[in-house]
Design a protein around this ligand. Structure first.
Ligand code: CAA
Length: 278
C-alpha cells in the first residue's frame, strides 16, 4: 500500500515514521502542506533514528530500510497514494484548502483521513468529492498506541473498517468513535491541563510540584504542565477554543495565563520554552 502524509510539522514526520515501519506499506510520501514550508520533515525522523541507534534499540541497516521507503516532496506526490493522512496546521481554513487541492489531484479510490485534534470532520471535508474520516494519532506517534478513528454520520462502514484495520496493522490499538468536540482523549486531557494551569496561576503549588503530584498521585507518565509543553500550548489553547465554541460550556474557557503564554510565543518544546525551558 502507498500512503501519503501531508504536513512536515510536529506530527507529520512522526506519522510517516510509523507507516514506514509497517511491513504492509511500500512507500510513504511525506509531503509539505505549504509550498513555503522549511525542511522536508525527513530530518526529524533521521534524528529520532540516530537516538535509537545510539541507545542500541535499532540497527543502522533497519533504520536505512525504513528511511528508504519515505519519499519527500510537494503535495503533488500524494497523487500516487491509496491512503492519505493530513497533518497540517490545526486551522480549519488551512485544512480545507489543502484538502480541496488534494481532492483534485488524488485518484478517486484514495481514502482521505485527517489527523485533526478537535476540528469538526464534516466541516473540514465539506465540498469534497469523497468522504473524510478522522485518523487521530497521539504525540509522540511512534510510541503512543492509540489511534482515534473518528466517523461522522455519513462515513461509509467499509471506510471505517479499512482505517481501523490499517491502524491495527501499524501495531496501534484503534478505537472507533462518533464525531464530537475533542473526541475522547482531548475532551478529558485538555481541560485537565487547563485546570493544572489555574492551580499554578492561583499560586497553590509550583510547576514541579503540580507535575509531581499528578505523576506520583495519579500515576501519569508525565505531569499535565510538561504534557502541555509536549503537545504545544498553542494547540492546547486552540482545542479549548474549539470545544468552547462548539458546546458553549464554560468549563472549556481557557485560563488567562495560557493565553498570555501563547501570545508571548512560550509554546513549549517547539519554541524552547513553555512551563519549562528546553
Ligand atoms: N521512535 C520509536 N521509539 C521511540 C521514539 C521514536 N521516535 N521516541 C522514543 N521512543 C521510545 C524510546 O526508545 C523508549 O523505548 P523503551 O521504553 O523501549 O526504552 C520509549 O519510547 C520511551 O521514550 P523515552 O525513554 O525517551 O521517554 P520516557 O520514558 O520519558 O517517555 C513519553 C516519554 C512516551 C512521552 C511519556 O512521558 C508519555 O507517555 N507521556 C504522555 C504522552 C501523552 O499523553 N501523549 C498524548 C498527548 S495528547 C495528543 O497528542 C493529542 C492531541 O491531539 C493534542
Amino acid at each position: 500500500m502507498k500512503v501519503a502524509v501531508i504536513g512536515t510539522g510536529t506530527l507529520g514526520p512522526a506519522i510517516a515514521q510509523v507507516f514506514a515501519e509497517c511491513g504492509r506499506i511500500e512507500t510513504v510520501y511525506l509531503c509539505r502542506g505549504r509550498d513555503l514550508a522549511t525542511g522536508n520533515g525527513k530530518d526529524k525522523i533521521e534524528r529520532a533514528y540516530d537516538k535509537l541507534i545510539r541507545s542500541g534499540k535499532l540497527s543502522r541497516e533497519q533504520a536505512d530500510a525504513y528511511l528508504d521507503k519515505i519519499v519527500t516532496g510537494p503535495k503533488e506526490n500524494a497523487a500516487r497514494a491509496e491512503l492519505l493522512v493530513e497533518a497540517v496546521s490545526e486551522n480549519l481554513e488551512i485544512k480545507r484548502k489543502v484538502f480541496r487541492e488534494l481532492d483534485a489531484i488524488c485518484g478517486e479510490r484514495c481514502l482521505f483521513t485527517t489527523n485533526t485534534s478537535s476540528l469538526p470532520i464534516n466541516e473540514i471535508g465539506d465540498g469534497l468529492s469523497r468522504p473524510l474520516i478522522g485518523m487521530h494519532f497521539f504525540n509522540p506517534a511512534p510510541v503512543m498506541k492509540l489511534v482515534e478513528v473518528v466517523a461522522t454520520e455519513d462515513t461509509p462502514r467499509e471506510m471505517i473498517d479499512t482505517v481501523m484495520q490499517v491502524a491495527a496493522d501499524l501495531g496501534k490499538s484503534p478505537i472507533e468513535i462518533k464525531e464530537a468536540p475533542g473526541f475522547v482523549v482531548n475532551r478529558v486531557l485538555i481541560p485537565m491541563i487547563n485546570e493544572a494551569i489555574s492551580i499554578y496561576a492561583e499560586g497553590v503549588a509550583s510547576i514541579d510540584d503540580i507535575d509531581t503530584a499528578m505523576r506520583l498521585g495519579a500515576n501519569q507518565p508525565m505531569g499535565p504542565l510538561a504534557l502541555g509543553d509536549l503537545i504545544g500550548l498553542d494547540v492546547v489553547l486552540s482545542i479549548l477554543n474549539v470545544m468552547l465554541k462548539d458546546t458553549g460550556d464554560p468549563k472549556y474557557v481557557p485560563q488567562p495565563m495560557l493565553k498570555k503564554m501563547v501570545r508571548e510565543k512560550k509554546l513549549g518544546r517547539k519554541t524552547g520554552e513553555g512551563f519549562y525551558k528546553y
